[in-house]
Design a protein around this ligand. Structure first.
Ligand SMILES: C[S@@+](CC[C@H](N)C(=O)[O-])C[C@H]1O[C@@H](n2cnc3c(N)ncnc32)[C@H](O)[C@@H]1O
Length: 503
């Protein structure tokens, strides 16, 4: 592979890129509104009264960012974290090996997440990254920060791009994330075992948000350093003629080498793991989000993957924007956000503690891109722009204002990885095996889908409900819309009309 990179050719693109701030040719359509206020169990909330709801975009992030810049979002984002493809030459999947005991060939159950292969080599990749990093800088607030997660393949090249865009002086730190002890085939390589990722951290200017983060002192450190105990039993150390008490100390300031966060390469059993091959731990993102943003700030990730950044932003009460070009990634992210809401319900019901998450109403809009103008998406992710159809039936029983829905049959006939597959069943346990997700809008407005209720499988949790009941408050004619996905990624939707009479 030729490694001669002509950076001047890349840097020249600035002029051409500037026109994207004004050209309004990028279109996105609102397809779904997710609104959950579990506290009062209603479907509306004016929590984001400035009308800037959280947004999940399906589309090429270049179009997403150009669209945002054209629609008044320039200089509004406080923190951007991205974990783009690393130029690895690999294909990444959502693994779905166990627990899916269908009669079909199980090899077909893994879903393609994204492809990290670049025709034209490194120059193509770097040009692609430069364009996107350039738009990110325009979206960042004056006090904003950018973290980019990379590894040995390209970290040094990306640094050169960022020095050009952000300025050498705005490079703050190179963070080394030790991904944890390596075992299995990875430990058998010749030479040093590869064990870290790199996170490059830039700010837009020299005035930026930063909240120092600390780790608790280790037991040995406390014993060695806080050797004295006062008359009230409080431990302290002597400092510049005075006393520094342990219970008043914040802990050890965190440096730029992070050894305490284990990656999913070694911890696939974690509850948060949703089988997305390049998924990053919430703890890693929480550290970055807490350090470089405050509550109600706007956090964005344009290479979402399984959605870790925005799940963490939601938990930490930040507003967020996320995008991905892979539809699987969008579905997974949506499920993780919805699960967050359900876990809160579980916590409330059984008083189970779910970390220290202090819940807020979940509210976000989902926008889909116009893929006819999106060449990259067409080439790279053809599978997800095809319409793979799922057929299903719902049994509806209505008694006055109460409606009961039962998912009663499912079938699909499709091609996957060049193989022809089909199934059809009315048997409940089998429906549960094929069905991955279904959601209901109880009062469809003919335009976007209001996600009022959803049941789905995620990670190790394979429980999916087939029955649901709803109580209408007012009489009238309603359209119930149902969306469903099977475990192969096939999508289907149906509408049913009902009339609710006065009692
Ligand atoms: C390494 S993964 C991100 C993993 C993520 N940090 C997580 O915790 O799950 C990179 C993601 O970038 C997405 N991607 C690649 N090119 C893109 C583009 N042009 N626009 C939007 N998303 C893109 C891929 O589909 C993939 O989901």
């Amino acid at each position: 592979m030729s490694m001669r990179i002509n950076f001047d050719d890349i840097f020249k693109r600035k002029k051409e890129l500037s026109r994207f701030f004004t050209e309004g040719s990028y279109k996105f359509k609102l397809v779904e509104v997710v609104s959950r206020n579990f506290l009062e169990n209603n479907t509306h909330s004016d929590w984001n009264s400035n009308n800037r709801n959280n947004i999940l975009f399906w589309g090429d992030n270049f179009s997403v960012m150009a669209y945002l810049l054209n629609n008044g979002w320039a200089e509004t984002i406080d923190l951007i974290y991205i974990d783009p493809p690393f130029f690895t030459g690999n294909v990444f999947r959502v693994k779905n090996k166990k627990g899916e005991n269908t009669q079909l060939n199980l090899r077909g159950v893994d879903q393609l997440a994204y492809v990290d292969k670049w025709r034209g080599g490194l120059m193509t990749y770097l040009t692609y990254m430069y364009d996107r990093l350039f738009l990110m800088k325009e979206l960042l607030a004056e006090t904003g920060s950018l973290y980019i997660h990379v590894d040995w393949h390209i970290s040094h090249y990306i640094k050169v791009l960022l020095d050009d865009i952000f300025g050498y002086d705005n490079f703050r730190r190179e963070i080394i994330w030790n991904v944890g002890s390596v075992s299995g085939f990875k430990s058998k390589v010749e030479g040093w075992v590869r064990q870290h990722d790199v996170i490059l951290y830039y700010t837009k200017s020299d005035e930026y948000t930063f909240n120092k983060q600390f780790l608790p002192y280790k037991e040995e450190y406390i014993k060695k350093m806080f050797r004295y105990v006062d008359e009230n039993g409080r431990r302290y150390r002597k400092r510049r003629g005075g006393r520094q008490y342990l219970d008043e100390s914040k802990g050890m300031p965190i440096g730029d080498v992070w050894n305490d966060i284990i990656s999913f390469q070694t911890a696939t059993q974690a509850h948060e793991y949703v089988n997305f091959e390049t998924q990053k731990p919430e703890k890693l993102l929480a550290r970055i989000v807490k350090a470089s943003s405050n509550e109600n700030d706007l956090v964005a990730d344009f290479f979402l993957g399984s959605g870790t950044t925005i799940v963490v932003a939601e938990k930490l009460h930040r507003k967020w924007i996320g995008s991905d070009i892979s539809k699987v990634a969008i579905y997974l992210t949506k499920k993780r956000l919805l699960r967050l809401n359900q876990q809160v319900e579980v916590k409330n019901e059984r008083n189970k503690s779910y970390e220290s998450y202090n819940p807020q109403p979940l509210l976000f809009n989902v926008f889909y891109g116009d893929f006819s103008i999106n060449d990259y998406a067409k080439k790279g992710n053809e599978q997800w722009t095809k319409n793979l159809t799922l057929t299903f039936n719902i049994e509806i029983i209505q008694e006055h204002k109460t409606v009961t829905l039962t998912f009663s049959s499912i079938s699909a006939d499709f091609e996957k990885d060049g193989e022809h597959l089909s199934y059809a069943t009315t048997c409940k346990p089998e429906i549960r095996q094929y069905l991955d997700y279904w959601a209901i809008d109880w009062n469809f407005n003919g335009n976007w889908f209001n996600n009022n209720w959803a049941s789905f499988k995620i990670g190790k949790d394979k429980n999916i409900t087939l029955d649901v009941q709803h109580q209408y408050e007012h009489s009238g004619k309603y359209t119930i819309k149902i969306e469903a996905l099977d475990i192969f990624g096939n999508y289907g939707a149906r509408e049913y009309q009902i009339v609710v009479k006065r009692d």
